[in-house]
Design a protein around this ligand. Structure first.
Ligand code: KG4
Ligand code: ZN
Length: 413
């Protein structure tokens, strides 16, 4: 009987990652080589540099994942790789390497959608948690994935994938066989993480902006600037129009319930206008220059104040409060309308402290379950790719030898 060991490889954006996961439920290793420091100099990911860095990192990262897991290529049952969505050149590095390794070892390749990966980051950790309960000596209860059997204990969930490239709501339903996904809502323009990054950039903060804003927001007054999100009502003009985002191809927006559509480009402009009207920019830039180098994110009010005056901290707190509020309102409304009692929030922005606190409080109030990945699995990693591949492995869904990158790969219907 096979050990169910899958090597996952992820290279869709600015992290080169590899991991070994057993039967979608036990992480033996997870290695991530981040390029963030390099791209930070340019204030965003530079695709050509990303591909070059992936080429440099892929071999050592995969080697490290195998060695940390204490396994050799001969112990593997399959190689899973992200095939999209993402940067074409970056994706190709992982795909080409996965195919070469698989060919050399006679292993099947499993193509995984990056967004499905983010959803499985939460599912993987929930299974690990469940297996770890009880006595330390307890044998791991790994889920048996039979073709005609859904994993015991798995229930349908509403998944909010919220990252630098996506703000998508999916209804995720377990087997029989592989999971099924239905797009329920999405952003019409910027992703929430993109708004964080752009607002941080215009305030002169570091890249990526999410962790900066997260750390500074707690020292500001979230009600100081009343940002508002208008309800997207009239979709008629969107009929047949492609969304203005870099994100994945999806079902026509006109087919989605307008209550579950997001838009984050307006708030970025509102922040910019506020900064200009109140002459905040100069004040911030003066301070940032001296503190930014090597300062990391602030931990105390004094450090935060050294970076930005109180009015800027208030602006940051108000921005975050509005974004989290909007994500929350639409996600809980969708869960209620679909009658699901389980919510997963995943992707880089799911690392946000205020988001976790407010989603958890609202879930408790409504008696629904909400789960987030640990911070390590919130941002891009390969354990989530290997975990998402497990049901596909069990169902015999292997990629053909002409697998290539699909930068705008859609998830589900
Ligand atoms: O999932 P991820 O690593 O990569 C993408 O697939 O995009 O997400 C990166 C995004 C960035 O926009 C970053 O600013 C945001 O996640 N992010 C955060 C936090 N940590 C990362 N946003 C808000 N709060 C955070 N703590
Ligand atoms: Zn991601």
């Amino acid at each position: 009987m096979s050990g169910g060991l899958i090597l996952g490889i992820e290279s869709s954006c600015d992290e080169t990652a590899a991991a070994v996961v057993e039967r979608g439920a036990r992480t033996l290793s997870s290695v991530v080589a981040s390029q963030i420091a390099m791209h930070a100099r340019y204030g965003g990911v530079v695709p050509e540099l990303a591909s070059r860095e992936h080429l440099r990192a892929i071999v050592p990262v995969v080697r490290a994942a195998l060695s940390e897991a204490g396994v050799g290529l001969e112990d593997l049952d399959a190689i899973a790789v992200t095939s999209g969505p993402g940067l074409a050149g970056a994706l190709l590095v992982g795909i080409t390497y996965a195919k070469a390794l698989a060919f050399a070892r006679g292993l099947p390749v499993i193509a995984v959608n990056h967004l499905e990966g983010h959803i499985h980051a939460v599912l993987l950790e929930e299974r690990q948690k469940a297996a770890g309960e009880g006595s330390e000596m307890q044998v791991l209860r790994l889920p048996s994935v039979a073709q005609d059997d859904k994993v015991e204990g798995e229930e349908a969930a509403l998944a909010l994938v919220v990252s630098g490239g996506h703000t998508h709501l999916y209804l995720a339903e377990p087997g029989p066989g592989t999971w099924r996904y239905r797009l329920v809502g999405r952003t019409l323009d910027d992703a929430a993480g993109e708004a964080y990054d752009k607002v941080a950039k215009l305030l002169g903060l570091g890249y990526p902006g999410g962790p900066w804003i997260d750390a500074m927001a707690r020292f500001g007054d979230p009600r100081a600037v009343p940002f508002a999100f208008a309800q997207i009502k009239n979709k008629a003009h969107l009929q047949g129009k492609a969304p203005r985002t870099k994100a994945a191809r999806t079902a026509p927006i006109a087919d989605l319930d307008a209550h579950f559509l997001f838009s984050f480009s307006g708030i970025k402009t509102a922040v910019l206008r506020h900064v200009e009207l109140n002459g905040m920019r100069a004040g911030v830039e003066e301070r940032i220059g001296k503190v930014l180098a090597g300062a990391g994110t602030p931990r105390t009010r004094e450090e935060a104040l050294e970076l930005a005056p109180q009015a800027v901290l208030d602006l940051i707190a108000s921005f975050q409060h509005a974004v989290v509020g909007d994500l929350m309102k639409k996600t809980f409304a969708a869960a209620e309308s679909l009658d699901v009692a389980r919510i997963l929030v995943t992707g880089g922005v799911a690392a946000n402290h205020e988001l976790r606190e407010r989603f958890s409080a609202e879930a408790a109030r409504r008696r629904v379950r909400v789960s987030f990945p640990t911070l390590a699995l919130s941002t891009d990693n390969a354990a989530m790719i290997a975990a998402a591949a497990w049901p596909r492995f069990a169902a015999g869904e292997f990629a053909s030898s002409d697998l290539s990158a699909d930068p705008s790969l859609a998830l589900g219907r």
